[in-house]
Design a protein around this ligand. Structure first.
Ligand SMILES: Nc1nc2c(c(=O)[nH]1)N[C@H]1C(S)=C(S)[C@@H](COP(=O)(O)O)O[C@H]1N2
Ligand SMILES: [Mo]
Length: 344
């Protein structure tokens, strides 16, 4: 027997073990069927395969097929691939605003770019720039929005107002004059991110048109904030996985993908770290619309993340930077005591 055959036998044995797990999971038939319908509609094959798996296991089959199916199955069960439930459109609500770190100033829409860092062969892309941090986002105004709710573990202090809208950021024009390269960053409670880019970091500067070239997807899922409320929301946007496919990460020296993805708002006040596999989940969206209308400022215009397998604080609003990285990225709420994983 060749080595390959050995591996295939092993894979077949593993598939049998996985089949037992599946038998168990088939008992939750109603849920599986709902998910299967959604997955089929979304054109995503794994649950389709699960439906067929019984038939497959009943007949002799080429080992190669078992091996592939087994690889797909373990991703389903052991990674972040299980789909979150979806809901009929008519159940979608208008999401409340909660947390506006990084959103307090009105961003001038034309000045938005997506900084994308860690892309393979970036230099050959027409959007390549030698320093993405040199991009200047422009802001129309600055207001203190003390009325906006946000998750917090500490009572707001007397100097919150100063922290939220420092005197140094009182007018967009003044800000533009004062900034030397980048504005002061990390002005909120968690402070400056340890993962923020160093000046001189090369990458791509994508426009909204670039993003909208990716296939559009709609999704109705439940949004959950760790504070204990949840709402059903209709999201529209593109799959994060499609962005990663269109702009693939530079591989590590050993040939694998970087493990993490880091995102931050254009001013660096809010920032989130993700496992790469969360970003590759088929329901993780780069959102441009909620309830069928373009995002508003406090919901994160022009681009926010929706990851239905994660709590709200992992769903960053107003994305300015996406960086592929192999170092576990810094994360605003993890710094303040919440779990990095934030899984539901
Ligand atoms: N930029 C930014 N994104 C953010 C936050 C924030 O304060 N700033 N808060 C997070 C938290 S805790 C929640 S619950 C959701 C709220 O999203 P919503 O305001 O659209 O309901 O945004 C998340 N993303
Ligand atoms: Mo939240």
């Amino acid at each position: 027997m060749s080595d390959l055959d050995d591996k295939e036998m092993e894979a077949a044995e593993q598939a049998t073990a996985d089949e037992a797990v599946l038998q168990e999971s088939r008992k939750h038939t109603r849920r599986s069927f709902a998910i299967a319908a959604v997955a089929a509609a979304a054109g995503w094959g794994v649950y389709e395969w699960i439906d067929n798996s019984h038939r497959l296991s009943m007949q002799p089959k080429p080992f190669r097929r078992v091996f592939q199916a087994n690889a797909r199955l373990s991703r389903t069960i052991f990674d972040e691939r299980a789909l979150a439930p979806t809901y009929p459109l008519k159940r979608a609500e208008e999401l409340r605003v909660n947390g506006i770190y990084g959103l307090k100033q009105a961003l001038v829409p034309e000045s938005w770019r997506l900084q994308l860092v860690g892309v393979a062969d970036a230099k050959s892309n027409p959007r390549y720039v030698p320093d993405v941090t040199a991009w200047e986002y422009q802001y129309a105004d600055v207001k203190a929005h003390e009325d906006q709710g946000h998750d917090t573990k500490v009572a707001p202090s007397a100097d919150t107002a100063e922290k939220m809208a420092p005197a140094s950021m009182v007018a967009g024009e003044k800000v533009r004059q004062e900034r030397a390269g980048r504005m002061p960053r990390g002005l909120e409670e968690a402070g400056e991110s340890r993962s923020t880019l160093k000046p001189g970091t090369p990458g791509l500067l994508l426009t909204m048109d670039d993003i909208l070239k990716l296939p559009k997807h709609d999704l109705v899922t439940q949004f959950k904030c760790i504070e204990g409320w949840s709402q059903i929301v209709h999201w529209g946007g593109v799959r994060m996985a499609d962005l990663v496919a269109a702009y693939p990460p530079e591989k590590r020296p050993d040939g694998r993908l970087p493990r993490y993805v880091y995102m931050e708002t254009p001013n660096g006040d809010y920032y989130v770290g993700y496992d790469m596999n969360v970003c590759l989940h088929p329901q993780t969206l780069l959102v441009t619309e909620m309830g069928g209308t373009p995002l508003t400022q406090y919901h994160g215009a022009p681009l926010r993340l929706h990851a239905p397998t994660k709590y709200g604080y992992k769903q960053i609003k107003r994305i300015g930077l996406i960086a592929y990285t192999d170092q576990q990225p810094d994360d605003y709420w993890t710094k303040l005591g919440y779990d990095w994983y934030a899984g539901l």
